[in-house]
Design a protein around this ligand. Sequence first.
Ligand code: TYD
Length: 208
Amino acid sequence: MFITFEGPDGSGKTTQISPLSDYLIQNGYSVLITREPGGTVIGDQIRQVLSDLKNTGMHPRSETLLFLAARAQLVEQVIKPNLEKGFIVLSDRYADSTMAYQGYGHQNDLGQIKNLINFATGGLKPDLTLLFDMDVEEGLQRKADGSEWNRLDAYSLEFHQRVRKGYHILAESEPQRWVKIEAGQSPEKIRAAIREAVQARLITTAGS
Ligand code: TYD
């Protein structure tokens, strides 16, 4: 099973991945955690180029292709082989980030972005996607208070609001794949909501 964590910046999704992994391991599953952009040596080099605050001149199309290049490497080198071994793969962001940020955020042609994603991933889609939804300004403030302010975070508030709206549209268009988590709740409630969503999916998968 392939599970992805998505949401606007500062939604707190990253801190929820390890607790879910621990829980799954306690229940006898083998788990692999990865993140985007990055997750491979090549992908981590691309991540640096994408994140660098000095790269203010990066064109949105170059940005899109770099995210996809990192993903193509990750899919082939890490995600597919581990799914084939029977692992549950948890990824901090995946293709829906490209739809939300490069598609809705930059207002690029969504059909073209979808085709590029298909090319980069070979069509690999998550079985379950958790959307950590929260107010955009609150999320950016959280991130600004932390340590990892990057080139993408510095885009306008309107950009980030389009990203959030984009996530809502994506989730509504494929309700069987997405589960929305209110990211403003207490960490305990968030953990419980995640477990519930994952358990439901594991039961469905086991029965099919
Ligand atoms: P990161 O610091 O990892 O942010 P987060 O902790 O919120 O995941 O930076 C990744 C940034 O890249 C984040 O702003 C989202 C953005 N992004 C895209 O724009 N497109 C993509 O395809 C991916 C994977 C990430």
